[in-house]
Unconditional design. Structure first.
Length: 263
């Protein structure tokens, strides 16, 4: 693990952020998101946040850390509820997604500040430095994968929602769904995107840029016939570039945090 996560205080912050990403993007299902949009499920998600955060910070567990995790878990569903209320007044957007995540991270940072600036230094009770480093590496890597996969889908759908696919007709379009002339297995596009971002993240982390280019080339060849339709080609290009941007950015962030195989 790189020196960026070497100190116990920074390790605690990394674990808290990793716990948030895992709770929001791995342990929260699409059904759970829809349930919250319908006005319920907030308390359940808050409990999930608390349990996931608690497990992730176990190596540095203490009463101050428990208090921080409890505070984060109580505020988390409140933020989600406010986001839902605002989304009913105006359509959900990329801005809403990033503001929501920014507020969550701000709360985590504030809770961390209260713990470490209060004079308490995180300690690994009964665990060696190597064990804590390994745990933190695994947690941060899993969180990055969860964000690239699930969070990436939300970001790509948000980018595609910016396109005027109805040609100004005003007809509603489900976020992330392909244009009318695109065919294929329902849901396959989203799954392909998740697999694509996961593979690209790994390739970027290990510095295998040529392999990432080959992967995207193979994907384009598979869509060759559909790409003859300019409308679909533009849709495909925007979605692919957005997906690639998420994967590359997350991969580079992981390189900086943990020290990958090199760029």
């Amino acid at each position: 693990m790189s020196s960026a996560l070497a100190g116990p205080r920074i390790t605690l912050l990394a674990l808290l952020v990793a716990g948030h990403l895992l709770a929001d993007f791995l342990f929260q299902t699409r059904a759970g998101v829809e349930e919250k949009r319908a006005g319920s499920g907030y308390v359940r998600h808050g409990v999930v946040v608390f349990l996931v955060q608690l497990v992730v910070v176990l190596p540095l567990f203490s009463l101050p850390v428990l208090a921080a995790v409890a505070g984060i878990s109580v505020v988390h569903p409140v933020i989600d509820r406010l986001k839902t209320a605002l989304s009913r007044r105006r359509p959900a957007s990329l801005t809403a997604f990033f503001v929501d995540q920014g507020v969550h991270l701000g709360v985590i940072l504030a809770a961390w500040e209260l713990v470490v600036r209060g004079g308490w230094t995180p300690e690994a009770h009964g665990l060696g430095a190597g064990a804590v480093a390994g745990w933190t590496t695994a947690a941060v890597a899993a969180a990055a994968l969860a964000f690239a996969a699930t969070g990436g889908s939300v970001i790509v759908e948000g980018v595609l929602d910016l396109l005027d696919l109805d040609g100004g007709s005003g007809e509603p379009r489900a976020g992330g769904e392909p244009p009318p002339r695109a065919s294929g297995v329902p849901g396959a596009g989203r799954l392909i995107g998740i697999l694509e971002r996961t593979l690209v993240l790994f390739l970027v982390f290990y510095g295998q840029w040529a392999a990432a280019v080959l992967l995207l080339t193979a994907k384009s060849i598979a869509r060759f016939e559909e790409l003859k339709d300019r409308r679909f080609a533009e849709y495909y290009l925007v979605g692919t570039l957005a997906s690639l941007l998420v994967a590359v950015a997350t991969g580079l962030a992981l390189v900086i945090a943990l020290g990958g195989g090199g760029i």
